[in-house]
Design a binder for this molecule. Structure first.
Ligand SMILES: [Zn+2]
Length: 467
C-alpha cells in the first residue's frame, strides 16, 4: 500500500465522510467483516435484516401496509427469503404511479439522497436512496476493487456515461464534488457519450496525462478507446487493472481490453434502485452477489422463483433502504445464479451472465431465448471467439447491430471497417443465425453508421419480437 493510499483510506476518507454526512469508511469495514461469512451466516444476516425491514414497512410505509392487509399478512409471515414469495412483485410502473406511498413516514428523520433511474431502462423513475443503502453499495464496491487489487488512494481514470460521471447544474456543488473526486477518490472522470475519433483522442490524451493505476468505465466505451489506441499504435501508460460496469462485458471486449491495456479486467453489476451490487473476484468465475445488501431472486415471467442455473428476471429486496423500501422489485435485467460456488472460497452466490435490460433478450420463433452474449458470439465464425483468425474477421466490422422485428425476422446491420470490404466476407454470420433461428428470415446489410443511444451506452441487440 502506498503512503497516499494509507493516508487517504485512514484520514482523508473518514474526514470526507464526516463533512458529507456519510460513512464510506464504516461501510467498507462492515463489508470486510462479512466477506468470509459462511452461507449460513449470510442467510442469517439476511433474515435478521429482512425481519427488521418488513416490520418497518408494515408500520411506516403506506403502500406495504395496504399490500399486507390485502393479503391478510403480518410481519411475522415474512421471516426468511423463502417467505418473500407471499409478496407481489413490484414494478417500476407501480413505483412511478404511487411514489408518495413508498416514502416512509419517518423519512424526514432519516438521511437520504433523491435519485432517479436512467433513461436506458425506460421512463425514468424517481426514488429516495437511504444513506444506509448508499453507504453499503459503496462499501461493497470498494471491497470489489480490493479483490481486483485496487485501493482507494490510487489514481482512477473513469470513462462512462451519466450513471458514473454525473453532471451537476449547481456550480458550487461541482467544485466541492470535483475536489472530493480528485483528492479523496483520485478519480479523473470523462463523459463518454461522444465516441467520435476526436473524442477518443481527447480521452486518450487525458488518460496519458493522468497516468492512472486503474481504468474504469462502460465496457463498450473502454473497448472503443482500446480499439482507437490499437489502430493508431499508440503507447499506453502502465495500468494495474481495468474495471468495467454499467453494461454487459462481452468476451470480445474483455479480450481486447486485456490485450491493449495489458491488465486484467474485473466486471461488476449494479442497480442503485433495488440495492443490487455484484463483483467479480480474482478467480473470474462469476460476479459475487452482495448478499449483505439485498436478497436477490431469479423468477419466471409469472413471478415463480427459478432454480439456480435457470435464466429469469432479477428481483431484489434492498435490505438497507428504509426511507423508500423496495421489496421484491423487478430491476429490469435478466440473469441466472450459478449452481456452483466460487473456488475463491467466499460463500456469496455467483451471478452468471447478466443478459441485459429485459426485452433485449432475443427469442427465436420456437420461443428459445438467446442472451446477448450468444448474440455477440454469433458474430464470430463458428461461434468461436478464441481463434485469432476469427477475431481478425470480427474486427473487420467497426460496429454492428442485431435487430429483430415484431414477426421474429432478423436484420444484421454492419458498419465495415473498410468500405471496400465485400458483404460476402460476413456470410458466415447469416449461417450462424440461420442455425439458431431456423424459421426467421436473416438479412445482412452494410450501413454507414449505427444509430447511437442518448444514454451513451451501446445497444447492439434490439428486439420487438415478443414470444
Ligand atoms: Zn470468488
Amino acid at each position: 500500500m502506498s503512503l497516499y493510499s494509507y493516508i487517504d483510506g485512514h484520514i482523508l476518507l473518514p474526514l470526507g465522510d464526516r463533512l458529507k454526512g456519510r460513512d464510506l469508511h464504516g461501510a467498507f469495514a462492515e463489508a470486510l467483516r462479512t466477506e468470509w461469512f459462511t452461507e449460513e451466516q449470510l442467510e442469517q444476516l439476511q433474515n435478521e435484516k429482512l425481519q427488521h425491514l418488513v416490520r418497518h414497512c408494515y408500520e411506516n410505509v403506506p403502500w406495504y401496509r395496504k399490500v399486507f392487509d390485502e393479503r391478510h399478512l403480518t410481519p411475522d409471515d415474512i421471516r426468511t427469503r423463502a417467505d418473500l414469495v407471499k409478496l407481489p412483485i413490484l414494478t417500476k410502473q407501480t413505483v412511478r404511479e404511487h411514489r408518495e406511498e413508498f416514502i416512509s413516514r419517518d423519512a424526514a428523520q432519516r438521511k437520504y439522497v433523491e435519485d432517479s433511474t436512467g433513461g436506458s431502462t425506460g421512463t425514468p423513475m424517481r426514488y429516495l436512496e437511504d444513506m444506509g443503502t448508499w453507504n453499503t453499495r459503496r462499501g461493497l464496491g470498494r471491497r470489489g476493487w480490493a479483490w481486483a487489487g485496487f485501493e482507494v488512494g490510487e489514481k482512477l481514470f473513469t470513462l462512462a456515461g451519466n450513471s458514473l460521471v454525473r453532471k451537476n447544474a449547481d456550480g458550487k456543488k461541482v467544485l466541492l464534488k470535483d475536489l472530493y473526486d480528485r483528492i479523496i477518490m483520485r478519480n479523473c472522470k470523462q463523459d463518454c457519450t461522444d465516441v467520435t475519433p476526436e473524442a477518443l483522442e481527447r480521452y486518450y490524451r487525458a488518460m496519458m496525462r493522468y497516468k492512472p493505476s486503474g481504468i474504469r468505465g462502460y465496457a463498450s466505451s473502454l473497448y472503443f478507446l482500446a480499439r482507437y489506441i490499437e489502430q493508431h499504435r499508440l503507447p499506453v501508460c502502465p495500468v494495474k487493472v481495468v474495471l468495467t460496469s454499467g453494461e454487459k462485458l462481452h468476451p470480445a471486449y474483455r479480450y481486447k481490453l486485456q490485450q491493449v491495456f495489458r491488465a486484467p479486467v474485473f466486471d461488476a453489476y449494479g442497480a442503485a434502485d433495488g440495492g443490487v451490487s455484484a463483483h467479480e473476484c480474482y478467480m473470474h468465475e462469476g460476479l459475487h452477489i452482495g448478499e449483505e445488501h439485498c436478497i436477490l431472486e431469479i423468477v419466471d415471467t409469472a413471478g415463480n422463483p427459478l432454480p439456480e442455473g435457470e435464466v429469469g428476471h432479477v428481483i431484489t429486496t434492498d435490505l438497507n433502504n428504509y426511507a423508500f423500501p423496495f421489496l421484491r422489485y423487478r430491476v429490469g435485467d435478466m440473469a441466472y445464479i450459478k449452481p456452483e460456488r466460487c473456488s475463491c472460497g467466499r460463500a456469496h452466490r455467483l451471478l452468471g451472465e447478466v443478459i441485459g435490460r429485459e426485452g433485449r433478450a432475443i427469442y427465436n420463433k420456437q420461443g428459445r431465448p438467446y442472451s446477448s452474449i450468444v448474440m455477440d458470439n454469433m458474430m464470430f465464425k463458428d461461434l468461436d471467439f478464441h481463434t485469432e483468425a476469427h477475431q481478425r474477421l470480427y474486427e473487420k466490422m467497426e460496429r454492428f447491430q442485431i435487430r429483430q422485428d415484431s414477426r421474429g425476422d432478423l436484420k444484421i446491420l454492419i458498419k465495415p471497417a473498410d468500405p471496400a470490404e465485400p458483404l460476402e466476407t460476413f456470410a458466415y454470420i447469416r449461417e450462424n443465425f440461420q442455425q439458431y433461428f431456423p424459421d426467421s428470415a436473416v438479412e445482412l446489410l452494410f450501413v454507414e453508421d449505427i444509430p447511437p443511444l442518448p444514454s451513451g451506452k451501446e445497444d447492439y441487440c434490439y428486439s420487438e419480437f415478443v414470444y
